[in-house]
Structures are given as structure tokens and as C-alpha cells.
Design a protein around this ligand. Sequence first.
Ligand code: SF4
Ligand code: SF4
Length: 226
Amino acid sequence: MSQELSGFRERARGLGADFVGIADPEGFNNPDYTGNRPQAFAPWIRSIVVLGVIIPKGCVEPLPKGRAEYTNTLMAGTVSLRTMGFTLARDLERQGYRAALVPSEGSEFGTWYADRETLKADLSLKYAAWLAGLGEYGLNQLLITHENGPRIRMTGILTDAPLEPDRPSGQSFVRSECASCQKCVKICPVKAISADGTIDPTLCRDYMFSTLGGLRCGMCLKVCPL
Ligand code: SF4
Ligand code: SF4
């Protein structure tokens, strides 16, 4: 690996990322993964960089009040990630590689990045984060990181740069604490989360984009004790 690439993680942290992981795109061929694969539109891909920031606690604690502040704080996280991701993508291209940024969420400011009906993105950023060992899944279908639970935002960089990949943590795919917790199952206002580990994303989407007028809900994140 070139000297520039070996310093890639430090560069990302220096730009403001709270955590960085590298996923091997081959992991998207695992038989348990049922989403879209990045190779379908980026056959040159060799690495997926996952960048994350921590969500400030002050926007989570008042929920379900303060949803405007919660949503705006999430979007500020998205903007920060987009800015640092763009800088890193340009760095990679200056070194002769290709790079593209993965959206932080399915929809933003009226634009649908995910398929509007199936709600599937071009790739699952959460799955990439799991491949990179950054956490496991919760019943709320959020990535549960080891230090900050689900209170994080992420983006990804698809690249043909041969970065050294991380590996999944080796813990169970769904956090073991969920079996005796179920708080997100009980708090969800539209019963979108089931105790069997499935979620109906259309119920969540309709609640946020119709009932809440586009503001984010956040209750399954707020109640999570992890
Ligand atoms: S964000 Fe709200 S509506 Fe969506 S799954 Fe979580 S608690 Fe339910
Ligand atoms: S609220 Fe409880 S059940 Fe839901 S993801 Fe967090 S730990 Fe798991």
C-alpha cells in the first residue's frame, strides 16, 4: 500500500470523523445479505470506507419534543460527513483512484436516494459498517456501535483504492441484549419494529414523511440503552 493510503484513516480522523472503518466489498456476496450490491453499478470497487460522527446527546434527550432540532442536528451531521467524505474522495482521485460518496440516508430535502417503494438503497451502509467491525445490528435495525450505541451518523466512500480492510467483530449479528430489552419494539408509535428482528420500513417512512411532515422520529434511537 502506498504511503498516502497507509495514512488514510488518520487523515479521515483529522478531518473530524469520530470513527473510520474499511469494508471489503466481497462481503456483499454473503448469502445472508439480501440488499443491493455496490458491484452492480461500481464493478471497479475494491474498498468501502465507512466514516461516522457521534450525534450530540442534547438533540436526543427531549424527544418526542424538539423534533425540529433533532432533525436539523442529524442533517448537520450529514453535511459534516459529506464535506469530509468529499475531501477524502478528492484526495483518492488525486492519487489516481476512483471514488464516490454513499448517501447517509434514504431521503433528504425531498430527494429519494433509496428506491421510493422498496426503500432499498444502492447498498446498505449499515451492512458495510458491520463488515468493517464498527458494530452490530439492534432490533431497531440501526447499527449499534460499541461506544456510542445507535447515536451516530455515517457515510461511505466507494473506491478502487486497495485499502486494508477491517473484519466483523465476531459478536452475534443482532446484539444479544435485545432479547431481554425490546424497548424499541414497545416505543415505536406505528408498531414498525417486531420482536422477531424484522421491521416494516414503509410504516416508519409513512410516519415520518406524512404524519411528521419530513421530521425524523428518533424514538427507537432514544430508548436504546446500548
Ligand atoms: S424511527 Fe420511529 S417510526 Fe421509525 S421505527 Fe423508529 S420508532 Fe418506529
Ligand atoms: S432498544 Fe433494546 S431491543 Fe431495541 S435495539 Fe436497543 S437494546 Fe436492542
